[in-house]
Design a protein around this ligand. Structure first.
Ligand code: GLC
Length: 719
């Protein structure tokens, strides 16, 4: 009998159930008066709380230590609690939201950023982060697109695996590293109408093709924990869904790690209407191998009875507890219950120069230049620059899930531009400050005056950071408040206006696309966002981000995504003047305003010589593909070389384009590089009607460029 088995053998049923629960630190630290609500509502006793196995969110290292010390003094089994938190895109030094970071197409940057977050969070007492979130998305109305890497599973998987490497470091048991938890399994991003927590109805084929690969990539990268999603999937909430939790996760994928519910997700089985009471909810979750119940009390209240009634065996309980004990052992908690937490180290790490440099580079490489008529980069020799708009000097650019990041830590665009040019060359005006007020034009006159006196204008617009994120969905993707009117008046006053966007989702910027000579989206860039924006605008850095999520012309196009089928009546491939009886709209284009993989640079990259080693591939041979890329400009830059394919005929409809490989390269002025890819039969596979992951012989096209816009194509056959 090993140490953990011995431990298990001496635990009471109540002790065991305790290991399968997680509660908010506030229940342990606030006065009774402050927490009578949740505690009373949860119906938990002090014995329950003392026996709980893990803690969600806590305020400080000292608080974590106090809770841990008190627990270990009282726990007869001396099993340390584990401490978990949502360290999504930084702990205190914040990097871009994942939807932005994905646009860097740079797993190395993602790993570097996760290392920064891991060091700061681990020193602060965090042992497990509920990251990466890899939900597949197609609908910009959904607030949580900001947490994702968009509409291509290949990019999502690559960036998420890099995050896991970054967080795990040289071992999740070591100080400075965290364990990860992949979420939200599964299909959460497919919420109908882009409304959070709404139902998801998707075929198993579509689920396997697009929604599941991101989670699987994380498990393959070593994520030790999975969090099921709130949503019902094809009629059954994920946490109680046998296909998801038993057939795919535990059996097909062989995952034997810990499953933790989302916040009160077991309790939500009642409003979902699949459990009549808390006992039935606990039964559904436990039988679908949910190991830890987060912030609800079904397991404490009913699991023992369910065992006594013979619904479950104590062996099943032991199996779940053993998964949790093994996880704690993997974290090294039995040797160091504090996991190396060190408040002084944390303070030294927060916002240090090294971390600022990492997140500034990430912010710069996540930014996407959407339009540039030649206005950018601006010259530093300009006499007067106006930085205008509600985001000109706005510290609210960390994004929705910024953990312990503080808005006041961020650098604003005004600060960044002033640092570059000097006070005397910069004027500023807010224009419209209250984005909830559709009549706030009080600042327009000052803004127009500032625009008129300047040689160029940096117009900083966007959506407030709480317009995206959990529960924050929109039915209108335009700039809130009077920002569009402000843009019209400022650009009329000074055509040399570059728009800088701060956004947690693809926005409807179709008006700006018409009237602004340049548009740069920073997403929510985090701590160094203002400096990164200034360096991009003045050409200290060269934009290189590429969209991982399509920008629609307007919300009516949602959901819209690049890897779509052709339909029997493709509009954009019929005669240009063709109207009606095609898969299109009478009042809007069919393609997005900006497509997946799109992003401009100050350099000019020219592609040539797309060469295949063969025009025939067999089931066990590969094709070597090479393409030349030349930087036909006087400015060094980075380019994401994207290789797409199209399977021209399949037993099911196949997308008109699918990214199968990408490589980010740097090119000096005039430099030319040859980029090579290996195309394998595995890359051509898809899920057929029987759910088999197969490739089919036939004709394929390879394309170089970005979605909807290819510059080189070649054909080959799988024979
Ligand atoms: C939230 C989110 C989930 C998060 C959890 C713990 O409701 O859905 O992403 O990890 O609760 O904070």
């Amino acid at each position: 009998m090993n140490r953990l088995e011995k431990l298990l053998s001496q635990m009471s049923i109540h002790d065991k159930i305790g290991q399968l629960t997680q509660y908010n630190a506030a229940l342990y630290t606030k006065t009774t008066a402050e927490i009578t609500g949740p505690k009373a509502k949860l119906g938990l006793t002090d014995e329950d709380l003392a026996a709980a196995g893990s803690i969600l969110n806590f305020a400080s290292v000292q608080e974590m230590k106090d809770i841990q010390d008190k627990h270990l003094q009282n726990d007869p089994n001396k099993i340390p609690m584990s401490f978990m938190m949502d360290v999504i895109h930084g702990y205190r030094t914040i990097f871009p939201i994942p939807l932005g970071l994905g646009c860097s197409f740079d797993p190395e940057i993602a790993e570097e950023c996760s290392r920064v977050a891991a060091r700061e969070a681990s020193a602060s007492g965090v042992q497990v982060t509920f990251t990466p979130m890899v939900d597949y998305v197609r609908d910009a109305r959904w607030g949580r697109v900001m947490e994702t890497c968009g509409e291509e599973p290949l990019v999502t998987g690559a960036l998420a695996a890099a995050q896991i490497r970054g967080f795990h470091g040289d071992g999740m048991e070591k100080p400075g590293n965290l364990a990860t938890c992949v979420k939200h399994y599964a299909g959460y991003g497919g919420a109908e109408a882009g409304r959070d927590y709404n139902l998801v109805e998707v075929s198993e084929r579509e689920l396997r093709e697009y929604y599941l690969p991101g989670y699987k990539a994380c498990l393959d990268a070593g994520a030790p924990m999975v969090m099921p999603s709130f949503n019902s999937l094809n009629g059954i909430p994920s946490i109680a869904n046998p296909m998801l939790m038993q057939k795919i996760l535990r059996q097909e994928w062989g995952f034997d790690g810990v499953v933790i519910s989302d916040y009160n997700a077991i309790g939500e089985l009642l409003p979902h209407g699949v459990a009549a009471d808390q006992k039935e909810a606990a039964k559904l979750a436990f039988e679908n191998t949910c190991d830890i119940e987060m912030c609800s009390s079904g397991y404490f209240h009913h699991l023992e009875a369910l065992i006594k009634e013979g619904i479950f065996t104590e062996e099943q309980l032991d199996a779940a507890v053993m998964r949790v004990l093994k996880f704690k052992d993997q974290l090294g908690l039995f040797d160091d219950p504090y996991h190396g937490a060190d408040a002084e180290l944390a303070e030294r790490l927060f916002l240090c120069d090294e971390h600022r440099a990492v997140v500034k580079k990430a912010a710069a490489e996540s930014a996407v230049l959407l339009k540039n008529d030649g206005l950018l980069p601006l010259s530093e020799k300009l006499n007067k620059v106006a930085v205008i708009g509600p985001f000109a000097d706005n510290h609210g650019i960390n994004g929705f899930w910024s953990c312990n990041g503080k808005d006041e830590d961020t650098t604003t665009v005004l600060q960044g531009v002033t640092a570059l040019l000097g006070d005397d060359k910069v004027v500023t005006a807010v224009g419209c400050g209250n984005l909830w007020d559709d009549n706030d034009t009080a600042g327009f006159a000052e803004a127009v005056a500032a625009a008129k006196e300047a040689d160029a204008v940096i117009l900083c617009l966007g959506e407030p950071q709480n317009y995206s994120g959990e529960g924050n969905c929109r039915t209108d993707l335009r700039l809130p408040g009077m920002q569009e009117e402000l843009a019209k008046q400022v650009i009329a006053a000074n055509p040399n206006t570059a728009v800088v966007l701060f956004n947690g989702r693809p926005l409807d910027v179709s008006l700006l696309h018409k009237i602004a000579p340049a548009i740069l989206t920073m997403w929510f860039p985090g701590t160094e966002g203002g400096n990164a924006a200034a360096e991009l605008i003045f050409g200290k850095r060269n934009p290189c981000g590429k969209l991982t999520m399509s920008f629609p012309h307007n919300v009516g196009q949602c959901p819209i995504y690049y890897n779509h089928p052709n339909t029997g009546r493709p509009r954009w491939r019929s005669q240009p003047d063709h109207r009606g009886y095609a898969s299109d709209y009478i009042d809007c284009a069919t393609l997005p305003l900006y497509s997946f993989g799109y992003g401009l640079s100050y350099s000019n990259f020219q592609y040539s010589d797309l060469i295949l080693s063969s025009r025939e591939m067999t089931m066990d041979s590969n094709i070597q593909v090479s393409v030349k890329v030349r930087n036909d400009s006087d400015r060094a830059g980075k380019e994401v070389v994207q290789l797409y394919m199209r399977d021209l005929v399949g037993s099911v409809v196949r997308p008109v384009q699918q990214l199968i490989a990408f490589e980010k390269i740097s090119l000096e002025p005039g430099e030319e590089k040859t980029v090579s890819f290996t195309v394998t039969e595995e890359m051509l596979r898809f899920y057929d009607m029987e759910g088999r992951h197969i490739s089919e012989k036939g004709d394929f096209t390879l394309m170089i460029g970005h979605a909807d816009h290819f510059v080189l194509t070649e054909k080959f056959q799988l024979v």
